[in-house]
Design a protein around this ligand. Structure first.
Ligand SMILES: CC(C)(COP(=O)(O)OP(=O)(O)OC[C@H]1O[C@@H](n2cnc3c(N)ncnc32)[C@H](O)[C@@H]1OP(=O)(O)O)[C@@H](O)C(=O)NCCC(=O)NCCS
Length: 153
């Protein structure tokens, strides 16, 4: 399977919406459900940091996407790199697509001088947690149903 990574843009939003809905089936407690809320969220995501959006394509299909943010102020007061969203459609999983997207996102954040990357994962989202641990993220504190994960370079 040949995976191509490219920058994403507003034109990708309809495909992001479908991928997001597919990817969070079974994980509804950690996601928005109505199309209206998802659209608003995706719009927020791509406007936070337009250069931090990357898409994985297999042939003509969108396999997944990531939204990295090089200018996020953490609740600790520190400006960090953040991964706000990462999605891989179920049919493309366990083939390294998310890893490729994270490499693109982390390289971008490093190029912007970020030395700490933060993200939040649902406490029962074990697949995602294992995935981030496989990339060297360590688990941090829990706030409500979310666990902070951090990687420092
Ligand atoms: C988490 C997610 C992005 C992983 O995508 P993926 O493309 O399947 O991940 P990769 O193939 O790149 O996985 C790389 C490594 O991560 C780990 N990993 C990934 N999924 C895993 C799972 N379900 N269980 C255990 N380990 C897993 C493995 O070490 C894997 O390497 P291996 O396949 O050689 O064992 C995908 O499952 C997804 O979209 N989930 C729903 C949305 C979500 O939870 N997003 C994260 C929000 S914080």
């Amino acid at each position: 399977m040949e995976v191509r990574i490219r920058r994403g843009s507003r034109q990708d939003l309809p495909a992001f919406l479908e991928a997001y809905r597919e990817a969070y089936r079974g994980l509804e407690e950690y996601s928005y459900r109505s199309r209206r809320r998802i659209k608003a969220y995706l719009h927020w995501l791509i406007t936070r940091d337009r250069e931090g959006v990357f898409v994985a394509e297999v042939g003509d299909s969108l396999a997944g996407f990531i939204c990295a943010d090089s200018n996020w102020v953490s609740d600790t007061g520190e400006t960090v790199g953040a991964i706000h969203e990462l999605v891989v459609r179920p049919e493309y999983r366990r083939r390294g697509v998310a890893r490729r997207l994270m490499e693109a996102g982390m390289e971008y954040l490093r190029s912007r001088g970020r030395r700490v990357i933060e993200l939040w994962v649902g406490v029962d989202n074990h697949s995602a947690r294992r995935f981030y641990e496989s990339l060297g993220f360590r688990a941090g504190d829990v706030v409500g149903k979310w666990r902070r994960m951090l990687k420092t370079f």
